[in-house]
Design a protein around this ligand. Structure first.
Ligand SMILES: NC(=O)c1ccc[n+]([C@@H]2O[C@H](COP(=O)([O-])OP(=O)(O)OC[C@H]3O[C@@H](n4cnc5c(N)ncnc54)[C@H](OP(=O)(O)O)[C@@H]3O)[C@@H](O)[C@H]2O)c1
Length: 231
């Protein structure tokens, strides 16, 4: 059994990833323990990784996988976003990942073969109105991931990023709150549907496995074709 840490495992993509990986030795973090996560019997830590002290986070000596799921969807016209909004998105999407990876690095190195999975968004690749703040934060994740992948390649630690489009989780609830919104969102995607949390969880499972052992430094679009195709 491998030791895997999933940050943001309470809901959405993180929860679905934990469910798929439940045969592994799972360590999980969220700000709240949900009943669904509790049911999995993982070693859970209640933490806000963007601000809480991580010094006492009691992780195993060896860590084979790290998945970082916290994110935000703060969509507003640029002129209605404040500096505080940009900084809050940056902390939530990017600095949390930096803090957790720094904490986990010794344990990841010790495993001799490890995989880190981060999340971006299709909006970091395809310019879309009202996405300036989230696109900036996820752009930071993408640049960071490629550089970190280069730095850690000789330690056999792989770093890859999943860049989903709109997926049916609590994070996107407001954007999918009516049937009309759901239909319009599905139609914007060449494959005519929005994503499911399981679409991403399956990719997480693959990126943590040996099946992807020759992949690092990649930004993988998981977006029903939206990022690359125009119908
Ligand atoms: N869903 C989409 O449409 C979509 C589209 C593009 C990209 N993405 C990206 O995909 C990733 C996963 O999204 P999702 O839809 O699964 O999100 P989600 O449903 O909001 O789940 C995020 C998980 O992270 C936890 N979390 C959030 N902030 C945290 C913090 N500061 N410290 C610790 N735990 C925290 C949440 O639980 P608590 O609130 O209890 O802490 C929750 O368990 C995100 O990075 C997101 O930006 C999602």
């Amino acid at each position: 059994m491998r030791n895997i840490l999933i940050v943001g495992a309470g809901k959405g993509i993180g929860l679905h990833s934990a469910q798929l990986l439940s045969d592994e030795n799972l360590f999980t973090i969220s700000r709240n323990l949900t009943p669904e996560l509790e049911l999995l019997g993982t070693q859970f830590f209640e933490l806000d990784v963007s601000k809480d002290d991580l010094t006492d986070l009691n992780l195993p000596e060896e860590l084979h996988g790290l998945v970082f799921c916290p994110g935000s969807i703060n969509l507003r016209p640029f002129n209605r976003l404040t500096e505080e909004d940009f900084l809050a998105d940056f902390n939530q999407n990017f600095m949390g990942a930096v803090r957790v990876i720094q904490k986990c690095l010794p344990a990841l190195k010790k495993s001799k073969s490890a995989s880190i999975v981060l999340f971006s968004t299709v909006a970091a690749k395809l310019g879309m109105p009202f996405h300036t703040s989230i696109a900036a934060s996820k752009g930071a994740i993408e640049g960071f991931a490629k550089s970190l992948a280069a730095e850690l390649a000789t330690a056999n630690i792989r770093v890859n990023v999943i860049a989903p489009s709109l997926s049916d989780t609590s994070l996107a609830a407001q954007l999918l709150s009516t049937d009309d919104k759901r239909i319009a969102s599905a139609k914007r995607h060449p494959l005519q549907r929005i994503g499911t949390p399981d679409d991403s969880a399956q990719l997480v499972e693959f990126l943590l496995s040996d099946k992807s052992s020759w992949m690092t430094g990649q930004i993988i679009g998981l977006d029903g074709g939206l990022g690359n195709i125009k119908l």
